[in-house]
Design a protein around this ligand. Structure first.
Ligand SMILES: Cc1ncc(C[n+]2csc(CCOP(=O)(O)OP(=O)(O)O)c2C)c(N)n1
Ligand SMILES: CC(=O)[C@@H](O)[C@H](O)COP(=O)(O)O
Ligand SMILES: [Mg+2]
Length: 602
């Protein structure tokens, strides 16, 4: 849709049509909602002032990019947003050239802009990277790595700081407080008050002249001093819903040919009254009634997250040394309940996974039992810290990884596919997994007893109810759930156990089923025993094949010098997994029970 040259009134008309489209489609199909509604005018401003066919448009996380997609020839296709085979809910270059880069994990945008700006300079091109980043995403360290270099190189980049004073939940930390002070116009007052107090308390009488001089120079203190001191010009705060002000400001920023932050105040959920403001549950939504904002599909099953949250509450009640963190996902991980109950022992550290891991390592050294509750995909952000700050010192930190396996509509950037693979090779790490809600509860009790780092994993949504009674965990011990009278053995890990059970029910033979329970240390004794009876093994796990569960089993067999076993893995193949409803995605990968059973020898 061409918007350059349109009047402010016409642009406001476009803004309301965009909001109508977003509200209509997301209310029927679900998706990210309040972020993208709040970014409509800023997005229009980007497209009005910059050239999407030439200037890199870089959205941080990019969950707020729906207006951008609607403005770049995807109006009709928007009906398919986040659906299998449809538009991605984040920016994706192979979907449209208007999408500069893949995103989904936060706080990468300014580094991308620095790389783009360096390239533009080397190619001597007349292009300016323009970034949209939220206030929540400003809490991640990677942003300051980028600002540090950008402020030094002074490359032309325009950064729109979309400040709605919300992350998913209420924003956490000093950066957010600083930005909010600016928005509220309190920064200058509080700064001046502190200077006045200093003068009164420290300057001898009769220095009012000096005080006046100082006060007049204080006026030079812009609210954006944090950025100015880093070599980044600051403009703002502006009204992030006033199209005319946005366009004027972005034109100025673009003309400065240097790094500039435009600080825009917006309302998260703008344009849909019920969602406007600080409402965590309007961040990512399922289908809802537009009239009253009532959510339609409320699943009745107990989610693994709620079982985890409740179990951790019990553990924290029982043991005073249990502490923990979430990295800006309080309700998504269920840690909000722990923060509420024990505000001195549980924290939301903001989008700061690296800091989450290392700060909890120190608490483990101090004798506490930290539970880092984190989506599998976001733990990737703290990988080195797991090795360097937790495992080398063999500290008893628990990594509770939610959203393990296929997560569904978030797609490639969010699949919990790799945690087993990137944790398995770390010395001292213990990897084990519950197979249902009851064993999830047991897994926390067991994790508490361990004096080494450990990681458990559980799926988005719910485990399946299983007919097998939950048993307690014993270090390095697998559990044979049922014997069989064929030569086959199904080995399940975590959520893969229920898949193994489903496939066994569909197969005409009576097949043995093993819940592996531990990947590290793996139960070599039972593998040796079972190798005498079964020589055709099938592995079920919601995780990547390369270096995953079947690899671990094969390594164990080779150490045992057992060579007569044929192993087939039903783990994920070596490619990124697209977005869509989980069942549809699994079907596309041939991972439904009715598909897998056809791959089991008769
Ligand atoms: C590394 C990482 N951690 C956590 C998340 C989950 N997450 C997605 S959006 C978001 C909040 C972003 O807040 P903000 O940048 O202010 O954007 P807003 O939704 O307010 O527009 C978080 C924590 C993520 N995408 N990436
Ligand atoms: C954009 C982002 O990273 C989060 O909003 C994420 O989509 C939440 O995932 P869940 O819906 O699984 O909590
Ligand atoms: Mg925000």
């Amino acid at each position: 849709m061409e918007i350059k040259g349109k009047s402010v009134e016409e642009l406001e008309e476009v803004a309301s049509k965009i909001r109508e489209r977003i509200i209509d489609v997301v209310s029927r199909k679900g998706g990210h909602f309040s972020s993208t509604l709040g970014a409509v005018e800023l997005t229009l401003g980007m497209h009005y002032v910059f050239d999407v066919n030439s200037d890199p448009f870089i959205f941080d996380v990019s969950h707020q990019c729906y207006a951008h997609k609607l403005l770049t020839n995807r109006w009709e296709e928007f009906e398919t947003i986040r659906q299998f085979g449809g538009l991605c809910g984040f920016t994706k270059p192979n979907e449209s050239n208007a999408d500069y880069f893949v995103a989904g994990h936060s706080s990468t945008s300014i580094s991308l802009a620095v790389g783009a700006a360096k390239s533009i300079k080397l190619k001597n091109q007349d292009r300016v990277p323009v970034v949209m980043i939220g206030d929540g995403s400003m809490s991640a360290g990677m942003v300051y790595e980028a600002l540090n270099e950008l402020g030094d190189l002074k490359l032309p980049v325009v950064i729109i700081l979309n400040d709605n004073e919300m992350s998913i939940a209420k924003p956490i930390g000093a950066i957010s407080k600083y930005l909010s002070k600016i928005l509220a116009g309190k920064f200058y007052q509080s700064f001046k008050a502190r200077v006045d107090k200093f003068i009164r308390n420290n300057m001898p009488e009769g220095t009012t002249y000096l005080a006046k001089r100082l006060e007049s120079s204080i006026k030079l203190i812009t609210p954006g001093i944090l950025f100015e001191e880093m070599g980044i010009d600051y403009i703002g705060p502006i009204d992030g819903h006033d199209i005319e002000e946005i366009i004027d400001t972005l034109n100025i920023a673009k003309s400065m040919q240097k790094p500039v932050i435009v600080h825009a105040k917006t309302v998260k959920g703008k344009g849909y009254k019920i969602a406007e403001g600080q409402h965590e549950h309007w961040h990512g939504v399922g289908p809802f009634n537009v009239e009253d904002g009532e959510f339609i599909k409320k699943s009745t099953q107990k989610s693994a997250t709620s079982v985890y949250s409740y179990s951790l509450l019990n553990l924290a009640k029982k043991y005073e040394n249990v502490v923990g963190v979430t990295a800006a996902m309080p309700s998504g991980t269920g840690v909000d309940k722990l923060i509420e109950a024990y505000p001195n022992r549980f924290w939301d550290v903001a989008i700061a996974e690296q800091h989450a891991v290392t700060s909890m390592a120190a608490m483990a050294k101090e004798g506490f039992k930290p539970f880092i509750t984190i989506y599998s995909t976001f733990l990737q952000r703290g990988f080195d810290q797991i090795i360097h700050d937790v495992s080398i010192m063999n500290l008893p930190v628990v990594f509770a990884m939610d959203r393990a396996g296929i997560v569904g509509n978030d797609g490639e950037t969010h699949q919990g596919a790799f945690d087993i693979n990137f944790l398995r090779f770390i010395p001292n790490m213990i990897l084990f997994a519950p197979r249902d809600n009851e064993t999830l509860e047991n897994s926390l009790e067991f994790a508490y007893t361990l004096s080494s780092p450990c990681a458990i994993r559980y799926p988005r949504g719910s485990f399946k109810e299983l007919d097998f009674k939950a048993t307690n965990f014993e270090l390095g011990k697998a559990e044979l759930l049922k014997d069989g009278n064929s030569n086959k053995l199904f080995i399940g890990y975590g959520n893969g156990v229920s898949k193994a059970i489903d496939v066994e029910k569909l197969h005409e033979e009576d097949i043995a089923i093993l819940d592996l329970r531990f990947i590290k240390p793996i139960d070599k004794n039972i593998l040796k025993t079972l190798s005498d009876k079964y020589d055709s093994w099938y592995v079920f796990s919601d995780s990547q094949k390369q270096g995953g569960v079947a690899s671990a089993i094969m390594e164990a067999l080779s150490e045992l010098e057992i060579t007569n076993i044929n192993i087939k893995s039903f783990e994920y193949e070596d490619s990124f997994i697209e977005h869509g409803d989980t069942t549809k995605v699994e079907e596309s990968l041939g991972l439904l029970a009715k598909q897998l059973v056809l791959l089991v020898d008769k």
